[in-house]
Design a protein around this ligand. Structure first.
Ligand SMILES: Nc1ncnc2c1ncn2[C@@H]1O[C@H](COP(=O)(O)OP(=O)(O)OP(=O)(O)O)[C@@H](O)[C@H]1O
Length: 318
């Protein structure tokens, strides 16, 4: 097996007497997306800052892109790209000028700088806007420019700190596509997000950060299997039908106000059939049936004790 692109053992960081990272172990295989999930203030940005050499850890053995972070921070810096919550884009100059500036910083020749800039502007659909000041760009365009600037140096490992926070759904999906393409090209992506759906969509592996530790780590599927929470919900408009159904289906959780019943279920066909058979025998029909399979929300709430997180779609209506 090749060395992981990012490896941390016993990573610790405190600010004053506040322990932010309390001994974290991570291993991110090259060419994969790793997502660090956590509520506000969990320490995601601190982890990114440490792994990208911007902040020094108090303890831990850290390797990024094959280099020891403590011994060779310059080598790490040369191999990585970072797009943080505070963008590197200068609004006063054009998108193209921002890119060329980046090319200068990476000591590319004028010619090479122009070539790389042209290619990336094209790839990120910014050619038309390239001669306009970046301050006039939409939020999505600025993020695209930010990532394009990060790519000028050809990094093998990219840290994306909440890359879609504040973007509208279309821009968010565009960004997801960009991230998928980066990974197809062999880049390793370390992604922090507050959006569970984003981690579900993109990440090969997900770690949930809570109280300075990794509360759980695994693929989205593995994490979902950690928690119970699957159920069928039946909604009624007729109170009499609601009451008959409640009588016919023991073990349900009732919501008398909403006229809805919640029945624990693994979501399998057999389970659904048994619910429907019982309703049929009782001669009642539900007005709505939804199947809820555990999602990352459930995992997150179970692991972090219900810390607030933005709303996520929770149910699949079948
Ligand atoms: N330079 C600093 N000095 C003191 N405390 C800090 C510093 N940087 C971060 N912290 C504290 O460390 C904790 C973790 O912050 P961090 O920014 O890493 O969280 P986060 O998970 O990225 O949250 P968010 O989603 O809000 O960005 C917070 O309590 C924060 O107040």
């Amino acid at each position: 097996m090749t060395d992981p692109a990012i490896a941390a053992r016993g990573l610790r960081k405190s600010y004053g007497d506040k322990t932010v990272l309390d001994g974290i172990d991570l291993a991110v295989p090259a060419g994969t997306v790793f997502s660090l999930l956590g509520p506000n203030g969990a320490g995601k940005t601190t982890a990114v800052k440490i792994l990208s050499t911007l902040v020094t850890a108090d303890a831990g053995e850290l390797h990024v892109a094959g280099h020891d972070l403590a011994a060779h921070p310059q080598a790490v810096r040369a191999a990585i790209g970072v797009t943080g919550q505070f963008s590197a884009v200068d609004g006063l100059i054009t998108g193209e000028e921002n890119m060329l500036l980046m090319a200068d910083l990476h000591h590319l020749s004028r010619r090479e700088g122009r070539r790389v800039t042209g290619e990336l502007l094209e790839r990120f659909d910014l050619v038309e806007a390239s001669k306009k000041p970046a301050a006039t760009y939409s939020g999505g365009m600025k993020r695209r420019l930010d990532i394009a600037m990060t790519l000028v140096g050809g990094p093998r490992v990219i840290f994306l700190d909440e890359p879609t926070t504040g973007l509208d759904p279309r821009s968010r999906h565009n960004m997801w596509q960009i991230i998928r393409e980066l990974v197809t090209g062999g880049v390793t992506v370390f992604l922090t997000t507050q959006y569970l759906e984003e981690a579900d969509q993109l990440a090969d592996r997900i770690a949930v950060l809570h109280d300075g530790r990794i509360a759980a780590e695994g693929s989205a599927g593995e994490l979902k299997r950690l928690v119970p929470g699957g159920h069928v919900r039946l909604r009624f408009t007729d109170p009499a039908a609601y009451r008959s159904a409640a009588g016919a289906l023991p073990g349900t959780t009732r919501d008398d106000e909403a006229l809805s019943l919640q029945i624990p279920s693994d979501g399998s066909q057999r389970d659904l059939r048994s619910v429907l058979d019982r309703l049929e025998s009782a001669g009642v029909e539900a007005d709505e049936l939804t199947v809820h399979t555990p999602d990352l929300d459930d995992v997150f709430f179970a692991l972090t004790g219900g810390t607030a997180i933005p709303d996520q779609p929770k149910e699949n209506v079948r």
